[in-house]
Design a protein around this ligand. Structure first.
Ligand code: C2O
Ligand code: CU
Ligand code: CU
Length: 532
């Protein structure tokens, strides 16, 4: 790897903007080769926000753990359909579950197991540009294949949706979810090796909510006052169809990141939601391929963050801005009681509108609460760790500094397993980011805590093999100080996480949740192995 000009500029601190906003990717999106729809030309806030329906179990079936026990069985068919993302656009071809994207929400209680049959009923042709030079997507593989993973679920390995366990239209897989985990918002999405970015962009994602008595006892806003918001950025052509850019090399169409100019909320562009002047609970997922969201309310109102990826925070955190990397979730309480009659826009970054809340005028009573204490999150002591692994997040560029591939610890997907924690042991993973991008790193099966982030000298590390820190370690942000399953690893930083590998023995994966990176080698298998 040569010292590229881009890296040199980064190191010498000239690229001030990139240094100030490490979570924003430094690269410009590739220029679309055909004209794309400009959402600013559309009427804003004309469509009501859709709420994904709740999946219904059709029958009970024997539990794989205990055949005498009957557990709910669901069948979710992946299909292609047309849907309108905006009143003034033509119907868009999408992939989803049944006839919706996001698909129906699976809802369960902690400890209540279920079976889900993920049926591939997609057409045989893909409508997005497959890169057959990527590992796992070679031309001898069928174009249309899928496998569904539930992000954040503590499941046996055979139900985790291993990226190589894809199957073609006409086939299905029935997965077992024991749901032995705390209340939180999970999500399901495609995980097919080499085309995951395209399948998710086409619409193969949905929510999965786990509830439990601890959370129920808090009396948070519920029912119609609890609203999921799935955020995804997309690009549309002038015929209202999804557009995914390609590189300049026709044999290698892969692009290093996707950033769309149209942000969908639960599948709609610029929707509105009628609300009452009272508290609401919003459960937000960043379901984008590569975009980091920085959410604010246009009236300057603050929000209370009550939970993160794997459940409730110890106490609410008051924030003016909520930042979410791809794959991360935030559980928020918003109080509209002082805003009767107002129209409040939810924005991303500095100005881009996402949706509008229309607060009704009439006073209402609000029996819900926002307790000062939510759920204890006992800290895992560093002294419990039996192993510390230092794992590099790297990128290989071509001569013009265009990334060719992204690697974890310099290893490709098909190299032998190197991460092999013992079941129930605690490990510290030092995610050492030598690239110019922030990478949201996700581990399947487990939940973890962030210890800290600390800047190091990339030059000294990469070219002299010396690890020198610059400055002190920074504690996780207040909104990250709970159980996580995805962590933002900032450029030039060592991000330390502490993980207890609980649950099951077997093969899982860990990866960057920027789907373009994940599809191009930034994913590794890992094994949880039995202790002696
Ligand atoms: Cu959200 Cu491996 O995935
Ligand atoms: Cu996952
Ligand atoms: Cu990445």
């Amino acid at each position: 790897m040569s010292i590229t000009r881009r890296r040199f500029i980064q190191q010498s601190g000239i690229a001030a903007a990139a240094v100030m906003m490490p979570q924003m990717a430094h690269r410009q999106p590739p220029k679309p080769v055909k004209p794309v729809l400009d959402p600013n030309t559309l009427a804003a806030f004309v469509d009501p926000l859709p709420i994904p329906g709740v999946a219904r179990s059709t029958e009970l079936r024997p539990s794989p753990d205990d055949p005498k026990l009957k557990i709910p069985y669901y069948r979710l068919p992946m299909r292609q359909f047309q849907a309108k993302v905006h009143r003034d656009m033509k119907p868009t071809r999408l992939w989803g579950f049944g006839t919706s994207s996001p698909g129906p929400t699976l809802e369960t209680e902690s400890g209540k197991a279920m079976l889900v049959e993920w049926a591939n009923e997609l057409p045989r042709e893909h409508f997005l540009p497959i890169d057959h030079s990527l590992h796992g997507a070679e031309s001898d593989k069928p174009d249309v294949r899928s496998v569904i993973h539930t992000h954040g679920a503590k499941v046996p390995p055979e139900s985790d949706g291993y990226p190589e366990n894809w199957y073609v239209p006409g086939k299905s897989a029935t997965y077992y979810y024991p749901n032995q985990q705390d209340a939180t918002l999970l999500w399901y999405h495609d995980h097919t090796l080499g085309i995951n970015r395209l399948n998710v962009l086409a619409g193969l994602l949905g929510l999965f909510i786990v509830r439990d008595p601890v959370e129920d006892a808090l009396n948070l806003p519920r029912g119609k006052y609890e609203v999921p918001l799935v955020l995804c950025d997309r690009m549309f052509d002038l015929d209202s169809q999804l557009y995914y850019p390609v590189s300049q090399h026709s044999s290698k169409p892969w692009v290093p990141e996707f950033f769309g100019n149209a942000i969908l909320v639960n599948g709609k562009l610029l929707p509105y939601l009628d609300v009452e002047p009272r508290k609401y609970r919003f459960r937000i997922l960043n379901g984008a391929n590569g975009r980091f969201f920085h959410l604010t309310l246009a009236n300057g109102q603050s929000v209370s963050q009550i939970g993160t990826d794997q459940g409730l925070l110890p106490a609410p955190v008051t924030l003016k801005q909520v930042s979410l990397a791809p794959g991360e979730r935030a559980d928020l309480v918003l109080d509209f009681s002082d805003h009767a009659g107002e129209q409040i826009v939810l924005k991303n970054d500095f100005a881009a509108p996402i949706m509008q809340f229309r607060v009704s005028r009439t006073k209402v009573s609000d029996p819900s609460s926002l307790p000062a204490g939510l759920r204890p999150v006992p800290k895992i002591a560093e002294s419990e760790a039996v192993k510390t692994r230092t794992l590099r997040l790297g990128e290989i560029d071509d001569l013009v500094q265009y990334p060719v591939t992204m690697l974890l610890n310099d290893k490709h997907w098909n190299a032998p397993v190197t991460e092999d924690p013992v079941l129930n042991s605690v490990e510290i993973w030092n995610l050492m980011n030598v690239t110019d991008d922030a990478h949201p790193i996700h581990l399947h099966l487990v939940r973890f805590q962030i210890l800290d982030r600390r800047r190091f000298e990339r030059f000294a590390y990469q070219y002299e093999n010396i690890l020198r820190y610059r400055g002190a370690a920074a504690a996780p942000e207040p909104g990250e100080a709970g159980w996580k399953d995805t962590v933002r690893a900032d450029p030039g930083m060592v991000t330390r996480i502490i993980v207890k590998f609980e649950g099951f023995v077997g093969r899982y994966v860990w990866h960057c949740h920027i789907l373009e990176h994940e599809d191009n080698e930034m994913m590794r298998p890992y094994d949880v192995i039995a202790g002696r």
